[in-house]
Design a protein around this ligand. Sequence first.
Ligand SMILES: NC(=O)c1ccc[n+]([C@@H]2O[C@H](COP(=O)([O-])OP(=O)(O)OC[C@H]3O[C@@H](n4cnc5c(N)ncnc54)[C@H](O)[C@@H]3O)[C@@H](O)[C@H]2O)c1
Length: 402
Amino acid sequence: MGHNFQYDLCIVGGAGHVGLPLGVVFADSGVKTVLLDINQGALKKIMGGEFPFIEKNGNTVLQSALAKKMLFASDSSEVISKSKFVVIIVGTPVDEFLNPDFRGITKLFDESISHFREGQVLILRSTVFPGTTEKIQKYFKKKNIKAKVTFCPERIAEGYAVEELRALPQLVSAYDDEGLREVTELFRKISPKEPIAMKPIEAELAKLFINSWRYIKFAVANQFFMIAQNNGLNFHIIQKAMSKDYPRDHDLPAAGFAAGPCLFKDTMQLSAFTHNHFLIGNAAMLVNEGLVNHVVHELKREFPDSLSEKTVAILGMAFKPELDDPRSSLSYKLRKMLLMECDVVLCTDEFIKDPAFVPLEVALRDSDIVILATPHKKYQEIDPRKHPNKKFVDVWNFWKLS
Ligand SMILES: NC(=O)c1ccc[n+]([C@@H]2O[C@H](COP(=O)([O-])OP(=O)(O)OC[C@H]3O[C@@H](n4cnc5c(N)ncnc54)[C@H](O)[C@@H]3O)[C@@H](O)[C@H]2O)c1
C-alpha cells in the first residue's frame, strides 16, 4: 500500500466474530492483514482455512485470502508496530450495574501503547461508550504518540459479516482531515459504497442509536404479543391482519426472544450515557427480558398444580437462528427460570456443542412441554400436530400453528 510497514493492517481481536470476517475481507481485497489474538487455538484453525464459528461464506473467503498470501496470524503484540492501520475491537461492555466497563480497553492500551508511533492509524471498531474515542485520543497525546486516532464502528449482522462488509457503507470518523482521508481510502477497498464521514462522537452515538432502535422495535412486537396473549387473543392473527396490504406496518418485526451480545448491552450503554433517562430504552429492556418471564408465567397459569412434575424441552440455545453463538442468549435465562418451576429441563441446540445438552430426538421424546427458544431451520421438520399430548410454546409463530 505504499508505506514502510510490514503489514497494511493489524486486527487486535482478529479471531473474534467482528475481527475475523473484517480481516478476511480486507485480505481477500488485497490488503496485507495480520490477525492478532490471544486465542492460539482459534488462530491455528483459521490458518488451516477454517472459521472457529459459523459465518456465512466465511471459509470460502478465508481460503481465498490465504491462497493470495495476504492473511497472517500472530499472538504477539509486536505486530502492532509493524502495521500501518491497527483495528482494535475491545469495547466497553456494561457491568452488572449496567454501567460501561472501561477496564478491558484501558488495560489493552496500557499494554500496547509502546507499539504505536507516528504514521500509524488506529481504528476503534467496537461499539463504545460515547466519548471513549476522545479519551483515547487524549491518552495518545499525553504519551506523545503521533498515531492518528479514528472511530469506524462495525455494523454487520453477526454471521453475515463477510457479505455485509462488501455491501454496506462504512461510518468513518477522525480528528483531522488526514486521518479521515486514510480510513476512507482503506474502507473503499472493500465496498463500492462510499464511506460516510462524521465526527467521532456522532459516529459513537450513531452506532448506539442503530442497536437501540433495533432492540426497541423488537420490544414493541413483544409487548403487543404479551398484550394480546394476556387478553386471551392470538397476536399472530392480529399482526397478519395489520400488515396485509398495509405497507406502513411491514416494519413491525415478529415477536421473539431478542438478545445477543450487542443489543441489550448497547441499549444499556446509551441509558448510562443519558444518566438513566433513556426511558424507551429501559422499557425495551424490561419488555424483551420480560418475554421469558411471560412464557414461564403462562405455563404456571396453564399447569397450576402439575408444572413441577413436568419435563420441559428448550429448543435452541444460541441467541440467533443458524448460529452457534450462546452469548447473552435468553434461552439460558429461560432454563434458569424453568429449573425453579419444573421437574426436568432438557436443552438442545443444532449448532452449539455442550455435553449438558441432549439430541433433538431425546428432547422431543422425553418432554411434556416443548418451548421453541431459537428458531433454527431444522425445527421446521417438527410438526407439533403429530404430538397431540405435548404442549408446544412458539412465540415466534414459526410453526404457523395459528
Ligand atoms: N458480534 C457482533 O456482531 C458485533 C457487531 C458490532 C460490534 N460488536 C462489538 O465488537 C466487540 C467484540 O465483539 P465480538 O463479537 O467480536 O467478540 P469475540 O469474543 O467474538 O471476539 C473478541 C476477540 O478478541 C480476542 N481478545 C481479547 N482480548 C485480547 C487481547 N488483549 N489481545 C488480543 N486479542 C484479544 C479474543 O480472544 C476474541 O477472539 C464487542 O465490544 C461488541 O460490542 C460486535
